[in-house]
Every structure is written in structure tokens, then in C-alpha cells.
Design a protein around this ligand. Sequence first.
Ligand code: GLC
Length: 426
Amino acid sequence: MSRFPSLALACLAALIFAGGGRTAGAVTLSMSCGAVGLELELCRKAAEAWSQESGHEVKIVSTPNSSTERLALYQQILAAQAGDIDVLQVDIVWPGLLGSHFVDLNDYIGAETVEAFFPALIAANTTAEGALLALPLYTDAGMLYARQDLLEKYGLNMPDTWEALTQAAEIIQAGERAAGNADFWGYVWQGRAYEGLTCNILEWVHSHGGGSFVEEDGTISIANPQAQEALSLAASWVDTISPTGVLNYSEEEARGVFQSGNAAFMRNWPYAWALGNAEDSLVKGKIAVAPLPRGPEGESTATLGGWSLAVSRYSKHPELAADLVKHMTGVAEQKRRAQESAYNPTRPALYQDADILAANPFFATLPEILDKAVARPSTVTGRHYNRVSNAIWSTVHAALSGEAPPESQTEALEARLRRIGRGGRW
Ligand code: GLC
């Protein structure tokens, strides 16, 4: 049997080499990076800088944009115990799923380096036994993007409740369509059946006061009236203020519609700011960002996201790989990522950096949003998290696409989560 599964092979087809001058004894490490927005380019530049310094080479492996597909790829590669990837870019919700395949970075990286990161992000990547499975590369929080010019044109304020957002989206959509843009929509978000939908659902439910599916003590909490209300509202958007196609949108599809000037509001992560204001963007200079709206009984909620770098246990060069991770997550590279592409630093000190704040004025308010950001239930559900998230996104996707009434889906989801979590004992 092949040691290396075919999907993995197909996805590894695109390899980009970053290399300094090759010196005697130099090794080639391989590192997987995301490719959403400008990620791959930034990763390549950072690896090149490390190559220049270290004299070793880095082979960059591009991975699928969808966090869910990327997880499936990693699971195949790591299950085969293949040393083909030394450094892996991993989602903040994966340590419980993949952690047994990673080295303890405490063996290679000193405490003084680790202390400069947000403690909560280090905690998210640390096992109960104290092993540090990954170092945070960038952090993420869901935000509301709006067309400031259109809010002004229609005399509207930035909406702070979902009801106000729904109304504003209806008004702007009707106005822009009447003015001749038949493709214009009120609100775009991530509705495809994948991890990104779980992030959106958490924001709807939690901001209605409906909890976060599974609470920190393991209690399954989704069957409640506020969650029901949140899902009914979201289902009402499909084919009214959001295109039916939103049910197949991930981050990049939503950004595409917003950036081509065809949506009033968008839910996305901070990376969309830099691209939305790039030279080729049709909405350059017209974007405002704000915390996501809240429901009648809740508070604005941002899902906590983000990515870290881990070293594979099957790497032949763990020490060197850990040095690459240290470089990639270091001050200089994080500053470059933040300045050029609005990726959120994982080091608190960088939120006071004048150059970063000049490039992204909204970063000044981010530490507060990040501090309050709500985590998906990945720690409490541990190795079950992927099944939990799958149950969340698939049950709700059925409601959004009209296959099941939204009112019945919170009960259905509660029952599925009970089966996965042995009634809440996990
Ligand atoms: C972003 C977040 C990540 C999340 C993903 C979902 O990449 O950083 O945590 O899982 O979006 O699409």
C-alpha cells in the first residue's frame, strides 16, 4: 500500500521553493501554509528570509483554503507518519485533534520567547500536561464589514443589532437594484457546509444569548429559544438579503462579492481589510468595519480564530524546524504580515506599533475584541471536535437551505451532540 495517500499527493503538487544560497550541510525543510488571500506569498517571503539567515532551504506546500479540507489532508499525511512536512500551519481548534503528532516546542524554544505571545493563545496550544504543540502565527476574530459610502447615501448608521442589519441590508439592496445593479446583495457571509459556517453560527447563537453549543463544563446547551431565534433569523436571510449561493460561500467567495462592489455588508476575518483596500479593489476607501451585531438578549460576539505553526513528530530535523517556527512567528515577520496584509499579530506588543496602526487603524480596537472573542468548543470536546463541528454545520446548513425547519434544528443538533459526547461526559 502506498505510504502517501492520493489526495495528499494531489494537494502537494504545487510546491514552491524558497531558498538562499545552498551551503554545505544545508537541509531542505518543508512547511505547509494557507493560501487564503495573500497568505502564501507572505509565507514564501518569510521562509526566504529564514533561508538567507540559516543557509537552509524551505519548500512551501500549499494547502486547500477550506479549514475542513486542510484538516482531512493533514489527517491523512500524519496518519501515514510521513516526514514529508516538517512544519504545519494548524487551526486554533485542532490541537486536541492532531496534537499527538506534534513535538513539544518547549524542548526547543525558551520560556522568554513563549511569554511574548497572548497567554490565551499559548494556552489554546498547550496540553493539560503542559506540552506546547504550536506557536501562534496570527489570530482572527469575525468582524462586520460595511460599505460606508452606501450607509451615508441611504442615511443609515452602522447597525449594532441583527434586526438593524437586516433592515439596512434590505434598504440598500432595494436602492442599488433600483439604480440598475441587479446583482447587488445586502449581506454576504460563509454559509458553505464547513468549519467557517460553524464560526458564523457561533456568532449568531452566542450574540442572541444562546450559549456556545457545548459549554466549558461539557454541558450541551444548543436546544434553547435564543438559539432557535438566531437560526430562524439567519435562515430568513437566504434568498432575501443574501444570495442562495451564500450556502456555498467560504471566506474568499464572500470577499469576492463584497470587493467587486456587489454587497452592502459582509462577515469576514481581518485579512479582508487589506485586500478590500488594495489598488485593484472596487471598494477601496469605501469600507468601514465594526463589531458584529447582537440579538435582543445578547452581546456582539466574534468567534476566535487563528492559525499556529507546529512541528511534526515525524520530521527528521525537529530542531531546525522549531527554529523556522520561531522565525515565522517572530516580531519582524508578524509586523510584515500585519502591515502588508492585516493579519492580526499574536504578540500584544505589536498592537502598539505605529506603522501597523497606520496601515490598519481598526487594529487599535482589536485587542478588546480579541479579548472578548468566543472560542469554539474545541478544548472541552477534544478529539471529538471535528465530529462536533460537522454536526453543527450540517444540521444548520439543512435549515438554511430549507431542507428542515430552523425551529426543529436546535433539538436535532442537541441530540446529535449528545450521541457524540456521551450525554455531555465527553
Ligand atoms: C479562519 C480562522 C480559523 C477558522 C477558519 C474557518 O481561517 O482563522 O480559525 O477555522 O477561518 O473558515
